[in-house]
Design a binder for this molecule. Structure first.
Ligand code: URP
Ligand code: ZN
Ligand code: ZN
Ligand code: ZN
Length: 458
């Protein structure tokens, strides 16, 4: 089946032109002006619309066991919601259980995602216990297309590794050409502050925020960059939120080190004033927490300076009932917020339509850079002949309002309730199939495929 998309304004990371795109099977077959429609082709008129590469969200947690519960979107509901928001590929985190193997964790996650995901997906492997056995498994993971290894420098006793494990992991990953990523915050310092607040009876969600001040992130970001520089491994900091941490990355560039940086949509758009005196702030209890307006300004500038390459979500939704686990103690609130569905439209409206970033930069940070860093380019992340026909059509003038009443995520509140946006995604193609059109899902459970990844090509 062929699809001909006519007269759209086709935007990639380095081009912008009015043209047609012809898909055949799962890939793009032709790009040009006045392309003739093959006899059996479905024709989509994109006049007045932008046509962009399908979004890639490299930071999502689907159906993840965490803090005594599971994140509430499954691979089915989460990838479906992602498609509605123009994200055609996600990278989810497999979590090694401390004391167990990487293989066991991978098998568990494959069991949840295979045959259920609606959109395309890949996995990062989170190494929570680096030991001689784990070391042996790294090359096997790389061979299977899992080329990025996540580390947590916080969540002691559950996910955190120490610096000795970090250096060992980096040395091994470097040997196999992979990438090490980090949740870069100082777990010991955070745990101390949490204990102090609890001892003082300071138990509301606001104290979650006060337990993770900027220094906890800046210190760990610098340490991570330093160890990565020493080992020579490709390094990537996930969900970077603040000026102090970005300055550590800036410092690393002065010795000609490249540390990739991902921020997330919430850190660009929301701030810590949402942590009020009541429990409502639990909706935004995530780690790291929301920061200050000056940090938002640093992050927007960082995107345009090329220091921040990726805008993800860290989608980790919990239903309101799950958030109640921490009603009497902020440290028990499951950390995370829902955003997988709205990253692209939020960034388009707040970034492109408000003139903070160019359309090309938008494509880079929502798709192309993640494809290059995580070894999926040019199959994913661009519009070129032979690439997967993952395409997003946006009506740039259409206004709409975010609400839990209309979203597709399996969570009963929205972290962006009432946000008014300019620019609406109207049609989404995934591997040559119309996946979403006019608000309706057109592909089913199991359509999503596992994407085997290669090495960094940035
Ligand atoms: O609060 C968050 N970020 N939850 C998900 C786990 C993580 O740290 O990324
Ligand atoms: Zn085991
Ligand atoms: Zn994290
Ligand atoms: Zn995360």
């Amino acid at each position: 089946m062929a699809i001909l998309i006519k007269n759209g304004r086709v935007i990639t990371a380095d081009s912008d032109s009015i043209c047609d795109i012809l898909t055949e099977g799962e890939t793009i077959a032709a790009i040009g002006r006045n392309l003739p429609a093959p006899a059996d082709a479905q024709v989509i008129d994109a006049t007045g619309k932008l046509v962009l590469p399908g979004g890639i969200d490299p930071h999502v947690h689907l159906d993840m066991p965490f803090m005594g519960t599971f994140s509430s979107d499954t691979h089915e509901t989460g990838t479906r919601a992602a498609l509605h928001g123009g994200t055609t590929t996600v990278i989810d985190f497999v979590l090694q259980k401390q004391g167990h193997s990487l293989r066991e964790a991978l098998t568990e996650w494959q069991g949840r995602a295979t045959g259920t995901a609606v959109g395309d997906y890949s996995f990062h492997m989170a190494v929570t216990d680096f030991n001689p056995g784990t070391r042996e498994e790294i090359k096997d993971m790389v061979a299977e297309g899992i080329t990025s290894f996540k580390t947590f420098m916080a969540y002691k006793g559950a996910l955190m590794i120490d610096d000795a494990q970090m250096v060992g992991l980096m040395q091994e990953v470097r040997k196999h050409g992979g990438l090490v990523t980090a949740h870069a915050t100082n777990g010991d310092l955070i745990d101390t502050l949490i204990a102090q607040h609890r001892a003082a009876g300071q138990l509301t969600p606001r104290y979650h925020y006060l337990s993770q001040p900027e220094v906890t992130e800046a210190e760990a970001s610098g340490r991570f960059a330093d160890i990565a520089n020493y080992t020579g491994v490709n390094a990537y900091i996930v969900h970077l939120t603040c000026e102090g941490a970005l300055n550590q990355v800036r410092r690393a560039t002065e010795r000609n080190q490249r540390v990739f940086v991902e921020t997330c949509i919430q850190y660009l758009l929301l701030d810590a004033s949402l942590y009020g005196e009541d429990f409502e702030g639990a909706k935004w209890v995530m780690s790291p927490p929301l920061r200050e307006p000056k940090d938002q300004a640093t992050l927007w500038a960082g995107i345009n300076q090329g220091l921040v390459q990726v805008v993800g979500t860290d989608h980790c939704p919990f239903r309101w009932e799950q958030k109640q686990m921490g009603r009497d103690d902020f440290s028990k609130i499951p950390n995370g917020h829902p955003a997988i569905e709205h990253r692209m439209e939020l960034l388009f409206s707040e970034g492109v339509m408000k003139g903070r970033i160019s359309p090309q930069r938008f494509v880079e940070v929502t798709s192309t850079n993640a494809a290059k860093i995580f070894g999926m380019f040019p199959r994913k992340g661009t519009i070129s002949i032979g690439a997967d026909a993952d395409l997003v059509l946006i009506d740039p003038k259409k206004k709409h309002t975010i609400s839990a009443a209309t979203h597709h995520m399996n969570v009963d509140y929205s972290a962006y309730e009432g946000h008014e946006l300019t620019g609406k995604i109207t049609t989404v193609l995934l591997r040559g199939q119309v996946a979403v059109d006019a608000g309706e899902t057109k592909v089913g459970r199991g359509y999503g495929q596992f994407i085997k990844r290669g090495k960094v090509s940035f």
